[in-house]
Design a protein around this ligand. Structure first.
Ligand code: RIB
Length: 299
């Protein structure tokens, strides 16, 4: 089995359940508050560990109880967190999440220690990068670190996957040729291409990312499944389970990417991996929370 490396964010999620999202100037009452381990990078690594993959996480937390809880939770499913930074002068990242009755959410992130995941830190842990086969990145740590890590991983011959979340409009052009795979959702695809997502333009938009140098594009489309564009121009759609009752969509994209990487690490091809990732995401949206919703392989 191949070795997986996630370089990314770690947050404690403060999850509130709301009747509706507050409008500008509106005050609303929430129903309860739960603390759930989260962060896009940590969620991906947790999914890899829980699904039986061999994963290491490079990231940062504060030297506080939240940081310890996040690391313990990851270690409990076998993720190697031995190189995670514990910073005495920064707080562990936090996310305030509002979940509506239909499962949709809004997320506000306070990066804290995540903003200290620097290129220097990656340089200091080059041996971890060298020992890995598949490197997974997102955009909740400094962009210069993502670019540095992707370029270094590419130079070392690693397979590089980018989950461009949260999406930014103008990614550096030299990032794209480092990517074997980019996995935006439909909203992120719209931000990357500079025009709102339209189903009729899906192939055209994916092709525009390929034209920038990305090898393969996999777009997740929520309840409409996902879409793969391969390097030879061939394409494939994957269905989501139409019978799933959506409870909370938090970490659906993260666990899709984690599951995809685990499947690739077992030598499966990308289409097989995408089907497996879809099933995992189907389970994740049917349960509350981020890491709390991610299933074991047996499930
Ligand atoms: O993708 C979901 C994640 O986004 C949450 O766990 C939250 O921490 C933010 O990073």
């Amino acid at each position: 089995m191949k070795q997986l490396l996630v370089i990314g964010s770690m947050n404690m999620d403060f999850v509130t359940h709301l009747d509706h999202m507050p409008a500008v100037g509106e005050t609303i009452l929430a129903q309860g508050l739960e603390l759930v381990p989260g962060g896009k990078g940590a969620n991906q690594a947790y999914a890899m560990g829980k699904l039986g993959g061999h994963a290491t996480l490079l990231g940062a937390v504060g030297a506080d109880s939240q940081g310890t809880k996040l690391c313990d939770n990851l270690a409990s499913v076998g993720v190697d967190v031995s190189r995670v930074l514990h910073l005495g002068d920064a707080a562990t990242g936090m996310a305030v999440i509002g979940v509506q009755p239909q499962g949709d959410n809004s997320i506000i992130v306070l990066p804290g220690a995540n903003s200290r995941v620097t290129p220097d830190y990656i340089r200091q842990n080059l041996d971890v990068l060298e020992a890995s086969d598949i490197v997974v990145l997102q955009l909740e740590i400094p962009l210069e670190t993502v670019v540095y890590a992707a370029q270094t991983a590419k130079r070392l011959g690693k397979q590089v996957i980018l989950d461009p979340a949260p999406a930014v409009a103008h990614l550096p052009e030299d990032l794209f040729p480092c990517l074997d795979l980019i996995k935006p959702n439909e909203t992120e695809l719209g931000i990357l291409t500079g025009r709102p997502y339209e189903p009729a333009r899906l192939r055209e938009d994916a092709l525009s990312l390929q034209a920038k140098g990305v090898r393969r594009v996999l777009v997740t489309l929520g309840g409409a499944g996902s879409y793969l564009l391969r390097e030879d121009g061939s394409q494939e759609f994957f269905q989501a389970d139409p019978h799933v009752t959506v409870v909370d969509t938090t970490a659906a994209g993260d666990s899709f990417v984690g599951a995809l990487a685990v499947s690739l690490s077992r030598g499966r091809d990308l289409a097989d991996a995408a089907r497996f990732a879809s099933r995992v995401a189907d389970i994740v949206v049917s349960r509350p929370g981020a890491q709390s919703s991610i299933p074991y392989l047996e499930e």
